[in-house]
Design a protein around this ligand. Sequence first.
Ligand code: NCD
Ligand code: ZN
Length: 360
Amino acid sequence: MSETSQSAAPQTLSIRRPDDWHVHLRDGEMLQAVVNHTARQFARAIVMPNLRPPITSVIQAREYRSRILEALQPDRKERFTPLMTAYLTETIAPAELEQGFGEGVFTAAKLYPAGATTNSDAGVRDLRHISAVLETMERIGMPLLIHGEVTDPAVDIFDREAVFIEEHLRPLLQRHPQLKVVFEHITTAEAAAFVAEGPSNLAATITPHHLHINRNSLFQGGLRPDFYCLPVAKRERHRLALRAAATSGNPKFFLGTDSAPHPRGAKESACGCAGIYNAPYAIESYAQVFDEEGALDRLEGFASEFGPRFYGLPLNEQRITLQRKETEVPGLMELSNGTQTPTVLVPFHAGEVLHWQLAA
Ligand code: NCD
Ligand code: ZN
């Protein structure tokens, strides 16, 4: 490239305020501890329903939404909208979904294959058991959000997403050709290719951590529970395929953090929980990836435009500014939660320096 055509690296970036199309905000003390991190950056968030008990009714979703709004700090109350989801069980009534969607309480429904991840026991064992639910969703245009992993213990954990595509997702899309489907938190080159080649009613979210780490990170110098999430990070070639997909400008790929907080003690345990807490610096983390890939001009599409277009929602009018500025991520966060004892969480990028910062 000639010197004249090479523009200086931008120092600031202004984009429409982004949305997070997949987040776990939890409930109770954890909700109090984490929700304002998400609301600092995002205008809206698709809130996962895998509470105990799961959110399976309109009334539960309404009440959960109120608790989320209640937990917001005053300056964020006006600005942040939680978008609620229904947790699909084999017994949920199609009418419940239709009512919730019609009333604007449910934005989407989440499919957890039973046993696939945290609080998924009440999930679906056989997709054919919920065909009436899926037909209703297809008819009313309600998006289906899929945790795409098979649960068969005979399938290697690193292959569970790729196997899910062939065994379940491809047939599902054939049975329900109009159903809007988001293949959540994709982790493989196979998933990225499947989505890119698929119909326009199929999209995918990509997390910051799957753009930054590969499976080596889980074992770097010892067992590293803070890098363990589901679907588990895969080989380097998959991370590179995800980076290419996220920064491609293809509107089928958009932002979903899958921020999934677990208290430090539940992560650092003989049987540590799956989930990475990336909410505190999520947009900075994504900005760094797009910068490294020379694709900063494509961050806005991925973070702020493709998601709402897929969901059929308006784009945010507010804007945010990102500055090229070193941001030290703390090794540990002690977060107030309304009790005497703070919630202790290890954030993603703990102890690292990120090169972007969201201006206040
Ligand atoms: C999530 C959680 O903790 O709720 N964990 C995770 O590793 N992502 C569940 C999920 O989305 O799979
Ligand atoms: Zn999740």
